[in-house]
Ligand binder design. Structure first.
Ligand SMILES: Cc1cc2nc3c(=O)[nH]c(=O)nc-3n(C[C@H](O)[C@H](O)[C@H](O)COP(=O)(O)OP(=O)(O)OC[C@H]3O[C@@H](n4cnc5c(N)ncnc54)[C@H](O)[C@@H]3O)c2cc1C
Length: 446
């Protein structure tokens, strides 16, 4: 991939990475492997023991696809996917295809994505220009076009990975290098010297400090609690529902492609470990939360921003009825025999995207504070890059951001009101849902 090469960078003697999700762990790996950092101490701190139960990199499955309407991501995902196929946790990767479909304006995303994949020419794609063809390719039992979509394509070279399995596989490899000091503890605040506009590490919730020359915030949807990201990144909660299925049912579905209908964002990934997962890649739930301004020492200075609220905050948390019903309606439309009343979703969770205004990652030095770097903004599609995103992040740290991502991953020149964000065109479903309101409605109906 093309990169600017001129910058000569000072190698920090200590680097602290906040967050051991996909972005943080992959960065730790890339730094540990890079001889330029052989004398640098590398610390990764996470608020939860690994793998964090509520982070977005931990689930039974994540789609691994180069199917993007933006060609740079298609190219980077193709590189990542070759790693999944070969030397990166291949036992956790399953190449059973992905059908990307729609019945509404999201068809634009579908056709751009197909063009990008075909331009690379390495993947086996098949156009599905009717609901019947989608039904056949995906082995759907139901005939309802609302579920399947009416047009789309299947990329037989896409797949999915067991996210938890792959993260544990990767963590073991990073640990074996014996270069990274892993710490469990919650970061409370970034230590900012406002006289020099510089960052020297973080303060933990027990008031201890972790000092570093370079602090990298890779705290996923929680990053917005550590620096002010209003108008730049926001946490959106996505509905994920699970249903136990029998070994025979799993066998029948496990070689079928994932179906992702972008018009409502609902998707079903082939089951694993006897669990079927139905979820929504949508605009998500907002959770506006008022917190002390993360960059201020004045406790009366507050900001309100959307932050995650998870099963760690409330172990009884489940997806609001609205979301469960949507997932259920999708299952009824595509596999009615699985969606009988005697077979409820037995688990559900809200998983938090770190959304940016256009679906691009945010991988950049902070524009104001020296010694602070941010690697986040996964926008619901970051996991597949686990094998390679750390190398890209190190390139950005060194001022060698790949040319085609220079603008995309840069710190935005201005903050944009969240209601004006356009996204990447891949999201469907309801807009403007607020978690507290939906949870309250659900409680009233129970
Ligand atoms: C429901 C859902 C479905 C998705 N599907 C796909 C998919 O199919 N394909 C795909 O490629 N991507 C998918 N994604 C997106 C992908 O999972 C994310 O982009 C990626 O995992 C983000 O990784 P991360 O490291 O930024 O964040 P995370 O994995 O959330 O990691 C952040 C870490 O920071 C830690 N942390 C937070 N605050 C603090 C603190 N104060 N102190 C210390 N530690 C802290 C957390 O405990 C956590 O471990 C999906 C995401 C969700 C939620």
């Amino acid at each position: 991939m093309a990169s600017s090469s001129s910058a000569s960078v000072e190698i920090p003697s200590s680097i602290l990475i906040v967050g051991s999700g996909a972005f943080g762990l992959s960065t730790a790996w890339a730094l540990s492997q890079n001889p330029q950092y052989k004398d640098t101490s590398i610390t990764v701190v996470d608020r939860q023991p690994f793998p964090s139960p509520d982070c977005s990199s931990n689930d039974i499955s994540r789609i691994i696809r180069p199917d993007y309407a933006a060609a740079p991501y298609t190219r980077l995902a193709t590189i990542a996917q070759n790693r999944w196929r070969t030397d990166f946790a291949p036992e956790h990767y399953h190449e059973v295809g992905l059908a990307v479909t729609a019945w509404g304006p999201e068809q634009k995303y579908v056709s751009s994505s197909l063009a990008n994949v075909n331009a690379i020419g390495a993947d086996k794609t098949e156009v599905l220009d009717s609901a019947e063809k989608i039904r056949r390719a995906c082995g759907l039992e139901g005939k309802d076009e609302w579920g399947s979509g009416s047009v789309g394509y299947v990329n037989w070279s896409s797949g999915w990975a067991n996210a938890e399995g792959a993260m544990c596989w990767f963590r073991e490899r990073v640990e074996k290098l014996k270069r990274v000091n892993f710490v469990t503890g919650c970061v409370n605040k970034v230590i900012i010297d406002h006289k020099t506009n510089s960052v020297s590490g973080v303060r933990m919730s027990d008031a201890s400090e972790l000092k570093a020359d370079l602090t990298i915030l890779a705290a996923g949807a929680w990053t917005a609690a550590l620096i002010d990201l209003r108008g730049i990144c926001k946490a959106t909660g996505q509905a994920v529902c699970y249903m136990p299925i029998s070994a025979d049912e799993e066998a029948a579905l496990s070689n079928r492609p994932t179906l992702l209908n972008l018009s409502h964002g609902l998707f079903m990934i082939p089951p694993s470990n006897r669990l079927l997962k139905v979820a929504r890649h949508g605009h998500g739930y907002l959770n506006p939360t008022t917190i002390p301004h993360p960059e201020s020492e004045d406790p009366n200075d507050t900001i309100t921003t959307s932050l995650p609220y998870t099963c760690v905050d409330d172990p009884s948390q489940s997806v609001p009825l609205e979301g469960q019903r949507d997932c259920r309606a999708f299952l009824t439309a595509i596999h009615p025999s699985l969606s009988v009343p005697s077979r409820p979703f037995t688990q559900s969770k809200i998983c938090w995207y770190t959304d940016t205004r256009n679906g691009d990652f945010l991988i950049s030095y902070h524009p104001t504070y020296k010694g602070l770097f941010v690697a986040t903004g996964g926008s619901g599609h970051g996991f597949k890059f686990l094998p390679v995103i750390g190398e890209s992040i190190v390139q950005c740290i060194q001022g060698r951001t790949p040319e085609e991502f220079k603008e995309r991953w840069a710190w935005p020149a201005e903050r944009v009101a969240e209601e004006l964000w356009k996204g990447d065109g891949s999201r469907g479903g309801p807009i403007g849902l607020v978690l507290g309101e939906e949870t309250a409605k659900s409680t009233r109906k129970l």
